[in-house]
Design a protein around this ligand. Structure first.
Ligand code: SDX
Length: 374
């Protein structure tokens, strides 16, 4: 393959953005200039969602107005809820999320209007309704009654309420909120670039987010947090971890939750998420996964110098919170809708059709021979 081809667009800068940046000088991911871990310490997820979408942290009045819209838009249409009840129970929740957003697009009165105001209205509807659609499926597939959203609950509290019928302790809610803040945005990752590519033909936001969800499902991207849990369940006990991971590396297996295209000496989100994983493990009095976590991490760094990414600590954390494993990536979705939307809006504001070139290596020119002579 010729040198001027950068497979996977490795190291290629294709556009500018103001949404986020990994700042090497502070070795931290920053959203609109604020360090993600600083936001985790001082803000709740709704404040960060507002920041990513609007460019500034909200004051109290702005936050109240933002939350009012998000909470008002939580209700699903009867059509969407009835459709979710007909989805195959064995459908993957990522496919449910993708389909639900698609159906929202069919119903949205602003679908044809890509103006900034209309797009923001559509963003708030997708942002508010997707967790409700997912929680409804979570209950329906277990044969349980759907629990409607509660306006008085925060974004994170409401998700627990709709899935489990109760809101856990504020420490657990805070850990969940932190995971949403850390998952919210990460520049031109493959699902965000998918959303931007779809937007670049001036298609609509529902289509762009549907495509982004499809991309995030992949195990090399958001699907990794689910695969991390499958790995931990295969390892079963801390005493199996050392052999298991060494064997995996001897087999040249790809170890989920490790490595990253951008971070080469550690994902800046991991220390914060690891801290909250520890808090949740302590509350749940279950240290088993932490022990497995630390043994696998040590071997990956010592043998391959490959560091964990954010999906590594979030997997076991969501498990300890009680979520089904195939719901881990959908949780990534309900957070990343904010980052995707900010990029879709940014793409619309300074659009250029995204259309790269390919280096052809197929057949030389040849004439067609009719069927009766072939
Ligand atoms: C996310 O881009 C983003 O920002 C994404 C994300 C976001 O917030 O949006 O951060 C979220 O998607 C995090 C990544 C989650 N995916 C995984 O955990 C899946 C496992 N990781 C690998 O598949 C890999 O690390 C990638 C895909 C994430 C990145 O791979 P690259 O940059 O394409 O590098 P590569 O696959 O070419 O690997 C380089 C070398 C290879 O060895 P050699 O062939 O050169 O000998 O490192 C090895 C790889 O085999 N390697 C791994 C590995 N990751 C890289 N070996 C074993 N296990 C791994 N996890």
């Amino acid at each position: 393959m010729s040198d001027d081809i950068k497979k996977g667009l490795l190291g290629i800068t294709v556009d500018e953005t103001e949404v986020s940046k990994v700042m090497p000088e502070i070795n931290s991911l920053t959203y609109r200039g604020y360090a993600a871990q600083d936001l985790c310490a001082k803000c709740k997820f709704e404040e960060v969602a507002y920041l990513i979408l609007n460019g500034e942290l909200p004051n109290k009045k702005q936050l109240k107005a933002f939350e009012k819209i998000e909470r008002k838009e939580r209700n699903l249409s009867k059509t969407l809820l009835d459709d979710i009840k007909k989805f195959p129970k064995k459908a993957h929740p990522m496919d449910v999320a993708r389909t639900a957003v698609s159906i929202m697009g069919l119903e949205d009165k602003d679908t044809k209007d890509n103006s900034p105001k209309s797009n923001m209205r559509k963003v708030m509807r997708i942002f508010a309704k997707t967790p409700v659609a997912l929680a409804a499926f979570y209950r329906i597939r277990k044969g349980k009654k759907v629990i409607p959203p509660k306006k008085k609950l925060s974004f994170s509290e409401n998700f627990f309420h709709m899935c489990f019928g109760k809101v856990p302790s504020k420490e657990i809610v805070k850990a969940f909120d932190v995971s949403l803040i850390l998952y919210a945005e990460h520049s031109f990752n493959v699902s965000t670039f998918t959303a931007r590519t779809i937007t670049s033909s001036l298609s609509d936001i529902h289509g762009a987010i549907t495509g982004a969800i499809a991309s995030l499902k992949g195990p090399l991207h958001g699907g990794a947090n689910e695969e991390v849990m499958h790995m931990m369940n295969k390892i079963k006990k801390p005493e199996n971890a050392l052999n298991w991971i060494n064997k995996a590396l001897d087999n040249k297996d790809v170890v989920m939750g490790f490595g990253h295209r951008v971070y080469k000496s550690g994902d800046s989100r991991v220390p914060t998420m690891r801290e909250y994983f520890g808090k949740v493990a302590k509350i749940k009095k279950d240290k088993k996964f932490e022990k497995i976590y630390d043994i696998v991490e040590k071997v990956m760094i010592d043998r391959k110098n490959i560091h964990p990414n954010v999906d590594y600590p979030t997997g076991p954390t969501y498990h300890l919170m009680g979520f089904d494993t195939d719901f881990f990536t959908p949780i990534f979705v309900i957070s990343r809708i904010t980052g995707w939307s900010a990029h879709i809006i940014e793409q619309h504001a300074a659009n250029k059709l995204i259309r790269p070139l390919a280096s052809y290596k197929g057949n030389k020119y040849r004439k067609v021979v009719r069927l009766n002579q072939r």
